[in-house]
Design a protein around this ligand. Structure first.
Ligand code: NAP
Ligand code: F7E
Length: 322
């Protein structure tokens, strides 16, 4: 039985990845940071809460990360833990830098010292492209991060490349573009919109306040994207891969799809609020995942319309029960 350690197991991707690995017969360990309220709801929704071995720890605390690596004796480590909300990274730039940046070194050092055969996945991000330097971004596109989050993740990305090149670790980085699901955090724009459309439809909310709805994102489904993570660690050679759909859509269009699904016109309810604009914006992202498709045999299976409908259906049911 293979052993895996997932940091960030309580997050959106953690839940989908844990399910995928359990289905493949892995023993799954999860590094979980102490919180005063319940953080395992996604694992419960997936029906896998009882199937995971939980290890206490925080990415900011090198000792706890080291202990988790030693205890889980992992064949594979997936580093998904992060302060992942871009907007919050301007409010908490130092925490974001420690957790999303230095935290990666805590984990890589523990692997290097105690478990050098372990394969490592780093959750890199399209936010590293930020102010885009090419119309469609791939593994060769220069980076230009636009937020403390993007800057911290760029450190995490390069320290992963560096440990691979310095110590020969099997360390890979997935440069993932936005991916969503019914388990997406409510603060991210897709869930904010589907939750609000469901509430408005059911008379529980009157309007939806958004920021820059002209921003464009390359949105895919989290369930498809965790397969790419796993595939990267099954290769003989570690490498970096862009994971994206190759289609970019405005927030405005995404709102139209969501509201239309419940028979509403978003223009009647969406209000633009300067409070949701960012100090520096990533206006457009569009990924080229040709390498992942060629080498890993991966491809996105869920289009945006299907994804938003899936999220809308889940939110309609949840809001109705409240
Ligand atoms: P998410 O839902 O925000 O989950 C983040 C996870 O990190 C949660 O389990 C959270 O724990 C944990 N965490 C936060 N701070 C921690 C700390 N100090 N120590 C230990 N754990 C900590 O994020 P996601 O959408 O699943 O994304 C997974 C990873 O992929 C993240 O690294 C993100 O930056 C990256 N990424 C995401 C996307 C995307 O579109 N989703 C795209 C590219 C890259 P709590 O539940 O206790 O808060
Ligand atoms: O914003 C615009 C906002 O917060 C998308 C994270 O998973 O993907 C995610 O980062 C766009 C931005 O995601 C609102 O300005 C307009 O242009 O859903 P988001 P994100 O910032 O793209 C990347 C790949 C990651 O790595 C991150 O971890 O939508 N927008 N109005 C809004 N966004 C939010 N959240 N709320 C609004 O009211």
């Amino acid at each position: 039985m293979k052993s895996a350690l997932i940091t960030g197991i309580t997050g959106q991707d953690g839940a989908y990845l844990a399910k995928l690995l359990l289905d493949k017969g892995y023993k799954v360990h999860g590094l979980v940071a102490r919180r005063s309220s319940d953080s395992r709801w996604r694992l419960r929704e997936m029906g896998i809460e009882q199937d995971i071995v939980y290890l206490d720890g925080d990415m900011a605390d090198a000792c706890s990360v080291q202990r988790a690596v030693i205890k889980s004796a992992p064949d594979e480590v997936y580093n998904l833990a992060a302060q992942s909300f871009v907007a919050a990274s301007w409010d908490q730039p130092v925490t974001t830098g420690i957790v999303d940046g230095l935290g990666v070194t805590h984990l890589l050092e523990a692997i290097r010292q105690f478990s050098a055969q372990t394969r490592f996945y780093q959750a890199s991000t399209s936010e590293m492209f930020g102010l885009i330097q090419a119309e469609q971004q791939d593994e060769h596109t220069p980076f230009y991060p636009r937020s403390p989050y993007g800057v911290a993740k760029l450190y995490g990305h390069w320290i992963t490349v560096n440990y691979r090149e310095s110590y020969g670790l099997h360390a890979s980085s997935g440069i993932l573009f936005n991916h969503e699901s019914p388990l997406r955090g409510i603060e991210f724009v897709t869930r904010k919109v589907t939750d609000a459309a469901a509430r408005i439809k059911q008379g529980k909310q009157q309007e939806l306040r958004l920021g820059n709805i002209d921003a464009k994102r390359d949105w895919g489904f989290a369930g498809d994207y965790v397969e790419a993570m796993w595939l990267m660690l099954q290769q003989d050679t570690p490498d970096d891969y862009v994971v994206a759909t190759g289609i970019t859509t405005t927030v405005r269009e995404m709102c139209r799809i969501a509201f239309e699904h419940v028979g509403l016109d978003y223009r009647d309810f969406v209000k633009i609020d300067p409070a949701f604009f960012r100090p520096a914006e990533v206006e457009v992202l569009l990924g080229n995942s040709a390498k992942a498709q060629r080498v890993l045999g991966w491809k996105p299976r869920t289009d945006l319309d299907t994804l938003i409908r899936m999220m809308m259906d889940a939110d309609m049911k949840r809001v109705a029960k409240e």
